[in-house]
Design a protein around this ligand. Structure first.
Ligand code: BTN
Length: 249
């Protein structure tokens, strides 16, 4: 079980809010952002009952088995599309740091081990009219969820891959440090290349909305370049940060 005291010790002076059970850490982080949370603040939950995934999917986090956290960032607006890269990259690095083999990023930001999903990222931006007030970077990592049946073909957990136990508090502390590191380098070529190097999608057949063909490259804005059957190249951004709050006041 994660606890407030363990997190206080591991996260030093970082502002954080911990919940044993919550609906969605992204929702709590968005509320905190809208009531002036500082950049770097984080919402962490042990159990998440109404976690949200990309494209309206549900993301349940069982107590004791995973990481569910939402980091508040205040990036310059022109670097908004880099936040999604940052999330996938930091978790991929966490896997590598632990010694997991075959960690990769499926475009735009799913972290996979041997092609099986271990982490999902949900970045959500907050706007005050046309002013970006911040971004909530939601991260869900399977740590010791045991997937069975068909799900075991598509999803996995860190401990399954490592065949040993890991300390979730230490993982959170390490991950947040990588997020701090990349947050100050959002617009850098270093971040783009570190993300691109880990992408497993290039060369694969893909379909995004109505576009399908072979993924041939990504550009520095995070767009995927897809060569369609007729030879035309389509530029598609699937890692868009969704707009979830618009304050009209
Ligand atoms: C995906 O669909 O791949 C993204 C899943 C993102 C889940 C995380 S868990 C922490 C944060 N809070 C949420 O409600 N969602 C994200």
């Amino acid at each position: 079980m994660l606890s407030q005291i363990q997190l206080e010790q591991a996260l030093n002076s970082r502002p954080f809010r911990f919940y044993e059970t919550i609906g969605s850490t992204n929702d709590a982080a968005m509320d905190w952002l809208n009531s002036s949370a500082p950049a770097g603040a984080v919402v962490i939950a042990d159990e998440q009952r109404q976690g949200r995934g990309r494209m309206g999917r549900v993301w349940y986090t069982p107590p004791g088995f995973a990481l569910a956290l939402s980091v508040i960032l205040k990036p310059p607006p022109e670097t908004l599309n880099r936040v999604s890269m940052l999330g996938g990259l930091a978790v991929a690095e966490l896997g590598e740091y632990l010694g997991v083999q075959n960690v990769g990023i499926k475009y735009p930001n799913d972290v996979q081990i041997n092609g099986r999903k271990v982490c999902g990222i949900l970045p959500e931006a907050a706007w005050d009219n046309d002013r970006l007030t911040g971004v909530v970077l939601g991260i869900g990592v399977n740590v010791r969820v045991q997937f069975e049946g068909e799900l075991a073909q598509t999803a996995t957990s860190l401990e399954t891959a490592l065949n040993r136990t890991v300390d979730r508090v230490a993982l959170i502390a390490w991950l947040l440090e990588r997020i701090d590191f990349w947050s100050t380098r959002l617009n850098s070529a270093e971040l783009f290349h570190a993300w691109k190097r880990r992408l497993t999608t290039i060369g694969k057949s893909v379909r995004i909305d109505a576009v399908h063909g072979t993924a041939i490259d990504v550009d520095s804005q995070g767009a995927l370049l897809i060569r369609q059957d007729d030879g035309t190249i389509e530029r598609v951004i699937a890692g868009d940060v969704m707009i979830v709050t618009v304050n009209e006041g």
